[in-house]
Design a protein around this ligand. Sequence first.
Ligand SMILES: [Zn+2]
Length: 409
Amino acid sequence: MPVLVNIGQLACCRDEGSQRNIQRIDGAALVWEGEHIVWVGRERDLSPEHARLERWDAGGGLVVPGLVDCHTHLAFGGFRAEEFARRIAGESYLDIAKKGGGILSTVQATRQASKGELFDKALAVLREMATLGVTTIEAKSGYGLSLDDELKLLEVYDELNRAQPIEIVPTLLAAHVVPPEHRASRTAYVRLVVEEIIPEVARRSLAKFCDVFVEEGAFTLDEARTILEAAKRHGLGVKLHADQLSEGGGARLAAELSAASADHLEHASDDDLSALAEAGVVGVTLPLASLYTFGTPVDARRLLRQGVRVAVATDYNPGSAPSYQLPLAMLLACTLNRLTPAEALKGATLYAAQAIGKEGEIGSLEANKRADFAVLDAPNVEHLLYHFRVGPARLTVKSGHAIHRAGTA
Ligand SMILES: [Zn+2]
């Protein structure tokens, strides 16, 4: 049983108070046994028994719950750097998609990639995520868009969960876009998702959630309802990419279906936001996607006023958000979405855990939760996000085990 001492400040991030209430403790200590936290408090209040334990030194740093990236598209073939340049020169995301770029070009590259190639590429990303203090992520399929290729992506996540320490919560996103071979008959593709892909994924327990991209050029509200109701019948939780490029009613549907989260929300109306709050749906802000697409960022203060809990995630994907730097997304959630640093931290820990149904296990530092935490090189979260530097974690611990130490490979 070890004890972490010499903590400058510790942010508990328990499910108490508003989003800015992160329950700071100066001069803290943290005790864990095996995979779980036993005690959190002031170092001077350590019991004599705990004070004799094996001591880990936090070096006066900031200790936060292991960061949770609750929205990523982790595994995909290729990258799309050339589209980045075209978007800068003025072409829109939808224009590029209509010319065969966008998601469909990644679908082609992903179908061609072997499982081994997808595994190795994702593994390299996960190893870097550990250096950021990240201990859990959600990861979507959605670049296969056939039964076999969607299974291939979800099997890669399953194998990664056995092969490395960062936990991956898998989401089926077969309804990302309609694949080219089904262009002539959208209904046939929706039927394939409902009658074959969802049942097979559920039977093999390869996903915890089902997500739909509700948008012009992707899926309509009615198609989303059909797909997500089928997912619920098969025991999957639901999520939506909602109201990103236009107001499409996705947020309202998320409330109606008691989704775990509604993600993006740039164009959601106040009424839809208050419906989300009422239904207990977490709103997820993805500011890197706004940054890369020159989109208008969501006003997170408007979400907070309507009573929505706001999680922060990267949306890591090869098109609209090709970065998995969650601390950078937290900084942008402050400067673009107007969360305070404390609110961004609760959004990337406890509320992110709620967005993936894991809040009973992770997301805060308190007794009986998993010993998932990071020691960051800053006195407090305000300084961390204001004086932004890459790779802030001195130490990242997952389920009681160090998965990253600064200065060691
Ligand atoms: Zn996304």
